[in-house]
Design a protein around this ligand. Structure first.
Ligand SMILES: Nc1ncnc2c1ncn2[C@@H]1O[C@H](COP(=O)(O)OP(=O)(O)OP(=O)(O)O)[C@@H](O)[C@H]1O
Ligand SMILES: [Mg+2]
Length: 344
């Protein structure tokens, strides 16, 4: 307080009122400050202004500063690549490293495929769109698809080359947890995962899926408790993400959209867990299978056409439902042996 550039009368009154620290001033409302210091409202405004400026340590950065690399890297939100340039372009670089990204969709839409791919890309160096660390994969529905993981690792290794592949050892840095109850999930995100995050072993947390826990375990009379648990988990996951600067990806199931009966333009399904959960999600992506399949002719040109030919890949859509940095937009992708691939 002593170092503030304030008129002596204000400094003396603040001291007399016992306001010795910046926090003690900022914790009081202006009327309370007037009562405590006997200063008038104009003098209190000068005091609050000076204290606020002194307390605000974080320098303001502009977009131009970021572009020119003039700010500290910790101020830039990193992105985690999806491992496909087209999908990365659609997401303006990839999954945000701060906050919860939700991937919602019907069964077999490709949610798990995207998550497995993220577990591989996260291990790549930052220059290649990764975050230089492993992943925790929490399974709540089926057993972890290890066979599929190994198939994707094989193909991914071919893409990055044998030298990088032997350096990264992709299969060794994915920590899988099978969880079926809220208590286990809570223990995992409050006790076990922070240990891995603190040691820097993990740079991505995946929960596949949250809905499975909250949809099965609770009876109808436990709605309030369920909402409380969803809030606790959402807040804890957001805290983990911001504390350790890692992306948290949550898979969500979908539920029938009741509004559709009155408005046929409404989507037929919406992500499960309602508004209680949605408030904790930063980016919501909805994926679904379309009725189209990708046909590649003998010259290699691609065409999406309606049909059920099992030798052609199902065209799937990825839609941004809400996001602080992305427009509401849609792109298309397929799932191949090598993983998830965006379409032009
Ligand atoms: N090796 C593969 N080659 C081509 N496509 C594959 C391969 N493995 C899986 N798929 C495709 O991925 C789909 C399954 O995707 P995924 O397991 O991600 O679904 P999901 O959205 O997680 O479903 P659920 O909610 O039931 O878990 C399959 O229907 C199949 O079309
Ligand atoms: Mg799945």
């Amino acid at each position: 307080m002593e170092n503030l550039d304030l008129p002596p009368k204000i400094v003396t009154s603040a001291k007399r009122a016992g306001l010795k620290t910046l926090a003690s001033v900022l914790c009081l409302s202006k009327p309370d400050l007037e009562r405590a210091t006997n200063l008038n409202s104009h003098e209190v405004s000068i005091l609050v202004q000076a204290v606020s400026e002194a307390a605000y340590q974080t320098p303001i950065i502009t977009v131009l500063d970021i572009k020119h690399g003039k700010c500290h890297t910790s101020m830039i939100v990193q992105k985690l690549s999806l491992g496909c340039p087209r999908l990365d372009a659609f997401l303006h670089g990839g999954i945000l490293s701060q906050g919860i990204t939700e991937i919602a969709g019907e069964s077999a839409s490709g949610k798990t495929q995207i998550c497995i791919q993220l577990c591989l890309t996260v291990q790549c160096p930052k220059a290649l769109g990764g975050l230089d660390g492993g992943a925790v994969y929490i399974c709540t529905e089926d057993a972890f698809p290890s066979k599929r993981l190994h198939q994707m690792i094989q193909m991914f290794n071919e893409k990055i080359g044998s030298e990088m592949a032997s350096k990264l050892k992709l299969g060794d840095h994915i920590y899988v947890e099978h969880i079926s109850e809220m208590d286990q999930l809570w223990h995992c995100i409050t006790q076990r995962i922070p240990i891995l995050l603190t040691r820097g072993l993990v740079k991505l947390v995946v929960i596949d899926s949250l809905a499975a826990i909250f949809r099965c375990e609770y009876d109808s009379h436990e709605i309030a408790q369920r909402a409380k648990h969803i809030q606790s988990v959402g807040a804890k996951l957001n805290w983990l993400s911001s504390q350790y600067d890692v992306p948290v990806v949550c898979v969500n199931q979908v539920t029938a959209n009741m509004k559709r009966s009155s408005n046929p333009f409404e989507p037929s399904v919406v992500p499960a867990l309602g508004l209680t959960w949605a408030t904790f999600v930063k980016v919501r992506l909805m994926i679904s299978r379309t009725n189209y399949r990708l046909n590649v002719d003998s010259q290699g040109s691609e065409e999406c056409r309606p049909g059920l030919n099992p030798t052609e890949s199902v065209v799937r859509s990825m839609e941004v439902v809400f996001s602080p940095h992305l427009p509401k937009d849609k792109c298309y992708f397929i799932v191949e042996q090598s993983g998830v691939i965006g379409l032009a």
